[in-house]
Design a protein around this ligand. Structure first.
Ligand code: BJW
Length: 241
């Protein structure tokens, strides 16, 4: 049962929260989709056509996480502080496949678009932690089959992960906070509408600029996540929302 004095908080995060750690966003002018075609690297069809290119794309993005040349920033750390200090539940639903929330200290976390530091086997369906490069010649350590290991990420046309748990959390939250996402990709872009429809939660967008869905939020604040998020967390812990 939600605690009515300290209602559950759901936080949706996107690539913008990791930008100041040095990871590219997707749709900004200098973002990933300005360098590669999403049809080639983020669809099952692209992977079927040219798996080596897709493996190379994810191998390159996995590297800075493995060697820890990128680190969590003040926004990640502030959200971990909120989880630690808020007497009710705090759930982060991230679209990001990096591990910066975990390394910033967050524990109650759903990676709805998967994780760069995992692969899965299309033959035996095992999901495995992964710190190496993967190729079309990679042998699954679980079943021994070669050539069936793919990045554990959600591409366009695939079902995001843990949707039942996310829907349940959206249904009981008292605050829905969206950070660093452009609101282009569904179902995440529709969460604010779902929450508003139920009418129980305050909805807040923290982003560098208004997202596609900005008008659906009750409150909006614009600027870099490393400024906005620590300030908003401080407010919630001292005065609520
Ligand atoms: C800062 C900042 C700073 C910068 N501080 N902010 C028509 C209508 C509705 C839906 C569809 C449709 N046609 C097709 C669909 C479905 C499709 C979809 O949404 N397509 C749209 C393009 C229209 N969605 C899917 O296919 C999803 N699956 C699905 O729908 O299954 C069926 C289903 C039905 C019902 C219920 C549930 C499911 C799967 C989507 C998979 C997305 N995959 C990717 C790549 C995989 C992982 C990876 O390689 O990393 O996920 S695409 C890419 O976009 C990635 C991201 O997670 C995702 C979202 O991007 P994000 O995080 O918002 O980044 P940006 O770059 O867009 O925005 C960054 C923001 O930060 C900007 O606003 C900046 O201003 C800001 N910013 N610096 C604060 N310092």
């Amino acid at each position: 049962m939600p605690d009515s004095a300290n209602p559950p908080i759901v936080i949706l995060t996107g690539a913008g929260i990791s930008k100041e750690s040095g990871l590219d966003t997707f749709r900004d002018a200098d973002g990933i989709w300005a360098k590669v075609r999403l049809e080639d690297v983020a669809t099952p069809e692209g992977y079927a056509r040219d798996p080596e290119t897709v493996h190379a794309f994810y191998n390159a993005r996995r590297k800075p996480l493995v060697d820890q040349s990128v680190a969590p920033n003040a926004a990640h750390v502030a959200l971990a502080r909120l989880e630690e200090a808020w007497p009710g539940e705090v759930l982060i639903v991230t679209q990001n496949i990096d591990d910066l929330h975990e390394r910033g200290g967050s524990r109650n976390l759903i990676h709805m678009h998967g994780e760069m530091l995992k692969v899965r086997c299309d033959f035996c369906h095992a999901v495995m932690p992964w710190a190496e490069d993967a190729t079309v010649k990679t042998k699954c350590p679980e079943c021994g089959v070669t050539g069936q290991v793919r990045p554990h990420v959600v591409w366009f046309g695939e079902m995001p992960l843990e949707m039942d748990r996310i829907e349940a959390a959206l249904g009981r939250c008292g605050l829905f906070l969206s950070i660093g996402t452009s609101g282009n990709v569904y179902p995440a872009a529709g969460f604010v509408q779902q929450v508003r429809y139920l009418g129980r939660a305050h909805t807040v967008e923290l982003n560098l600029e208004p997202s596609e869905g900005a008008t659906a939020f009750a409150e909006t604040r614009y600027g870099p996540a490393t400024d906005l998020v620590p300030a908003f967390v401080e407010q919630v812990l001292t005065r609520g929302w």
